[in-house]
Ligand binder design. Structure first.
Ligand SMILES: Cc1ncc(COP(=O)(O)O)c(C=O)c1O
Length: 471
């Protein structure tokens, strides 16, 4: 066995042999990053990790919250003993959601784990109702729900394809068409007609596969890393809700990336409140990311009264428990985060400031001759899709890897974003975009600065591609 004397990185992630850029500090909306031996100060954090850091970094109030949580927390194993912190956090989330939507919550440590748990909770729901034939999940093309085996089976993208042989069979994880009006709403087709086409396709999938065997329909309310923040068109989510009711199927919304205050129109928590009547929410919802805002590793599954009651009228038992489910420290820290976000009007702030950011980006980027085809999103979650030709929406050669290249240029211009590929075709990796998800504390000045740095970066890349003969 040879041990490299000059081993650069000891962490088994990303490019194993290379030390990645390292964040070495942060305050508010700014981070300090060490990259290739150089320290970059004052990087404006436009994406807060991966849409995580709602409170901003180094928040002094959190010092008190975390200290209290350490002092008061005693670890308890969930299947033997509960704790007050997990109860309080569950009650807080339920109370800050539309009345009657949720009745219970399970807390775990990551979005993948939340979706994994959700799949089992949904399957057991049908067992509790004596419906043992229900064994199939429906989710969507070009989607991401996490990197564990179950969550990856629900997902459909190049990352999932790499693991196809060890995922749940495709016959058990059925996929409905992606909802992506910018690309797939045909010329001359109205929004209502496009929505109907998608709903007809879902209904056909349900009927063709025997509704009696379908457990659930899962969608990301505002899809993030796979598709780039495409808001669902009017009537789409209510239409899915109606089909789930018609065929007695559970509706599961994945709000791990878009939820918990990132894009709520009412100063609250849930993204779906933009798109669905408040009394017709999902049966289950998974959340994560901004729940702990990076100060604690926490995610969860929110359960409707309907699901909770079926369990109570059945075995009254959730099968299985993870060691760190309902972790008291994590729950207390998350509750502290949420109290500040809502109490200080920060969920309202990000909805207003985020929409201002999106509107200004749209105006500036789409009025110039550049590589931007679409600017889309809502609240604190926006994406910029790149095209070779704005008229035909032609994509760039995936070999150019422009999402990641633009990410690099943004960094050089002092803006941290997420660059991605594959939104148009997950097999060929066609379709480049960058995503923005700043912290909820951003001010008008921050918005101006994000827009300035993003526009400069797009212009830099446009000029470079012109020089290279690619645009
Ligand atoms: C919609 C969605 N679901 C689930 C996950 C997985 O969450 P985690 O990375 O915390 O496991 C992600 C992560 O980006 C996500 O965007």
């Amino acid at each position: 066995m040879t041990i490299s004397k000059n081993q650069e990185s000891y962490v088994f992630q990303c490019k194993i042999s290379e030390t990645p850029a390292q964040v070495i500090g942060g305050k508010g909306t700014r981070i300090t990053v060490e990259k290739d031996g150089k320290v970059y100060e004052d990087i404006l954090d436009g994406v807060t990790g991966a849409a995580v850091g709602a409170l901003g970094w180094g928040d002094e109030y959190m010092v008190g919250v975390v200290t209290d949580a350490v002092k008061s927390s005693t670890y308890s194993y969930p299947s033997l003993m509960g704790n007050k912190e997990s109860e309080e956090l569950a009650k807080f989330y339920i109370d800050h959601s539309p009345k009657g939507t949720f009745a219970s919550a399970l807390w775990c440590c990551s979005g993948s784990e939340a979706n994994e748990n959700c799949m089992k909770i949904m399957y057991q729901y049908w067992l509790e109702r004596g419906k043992t034939k229900k064994t199939k999940f429906i989710s969507r093309m070009t989607s991401y729900h996490g990197f564990t085996i179950g969550a990856l089976s629900l997902s459909e993208n190049a990352r999932a394809d790499d693991f196809r042989p060890i995922l749940l069979p495709k016959t058990q994880c059925l996929k409905m068409p992606v909802c992506y009006p910018y690309r797939f709403q045909k010329k001359g087709q109205t929004e209502a007609e496009y929505v109907q086409e998608l709903l007809d396709a879902l209904e056909k999938l349900i009927v063709d596969n025997d509704p009696e065997t379908i457990i659930s329909v899962t969608v990301e309310t505002l899809p993030g890393s796979s598709l780039g923040t495409v808001p669902p068109p009017k009537g789409y989510l209510p239409g899915i809700r109606a089909l789930c009711n018609k065929y007695d199927i559970l509706m599961h919304l994945d709000e791990v990336m878009c939820g918990t205050g990132r894009s709520n129109p009412n100063g609250g928590l849930n993204c779906w409140e933009n798109f669905m009547p408040l009394d017709q929410g999902p049966d289950l919802q998974t959340v994560g990311k901004t729940l702990g805002s990076g100060y604690a590793t926490i995610a969860g599954v929110l359960v409707s009264p309907k699901v909770r009651n079926a369990y109570i009228n059945g075995s009254n038992q959730v099968l299985g428990a993870h060691t760190y489910s309902s972790h008291a420290f994590n729950c207390k820290v998350a509750l502290g985060v949420q109290k500040k976000l809502i109490g200080n009007g920060l969920t309202k702030n990000i909805f207003e400031m985020g929409n201002l950011m999106g509107k200004t980006l749209k105006e500036k980027l789409l009025s110039e001759d550049n590589i931007v085809g679409d600017v889309r999103g809502i609240g604190g979650f926006w994406s910029i899709e790149l095209v070779k030709d704005r008229e035909t929406k032609a994509v760039f050669d995936p070999k150019l890897d422009l999402g990641h290249r633009l990410h690099g240029i943004c960094f050089q211009n002092g803006l941290n974003v997420m660059g991605m590929q594959g939104c148009v075709n997950q097999q060929t990796n066609e379709g480049d975009f960058i995503t923005l998800a700043p912290s909820f504390i951003i001010t008008k000045d921050d918005v101006d600065e994000i827009v300035k740095r993003a526009v400069k970066s797009v212009n830099d890349l446009t000029a470079a591609l012109k020089k290279e003969g690619e645009f």
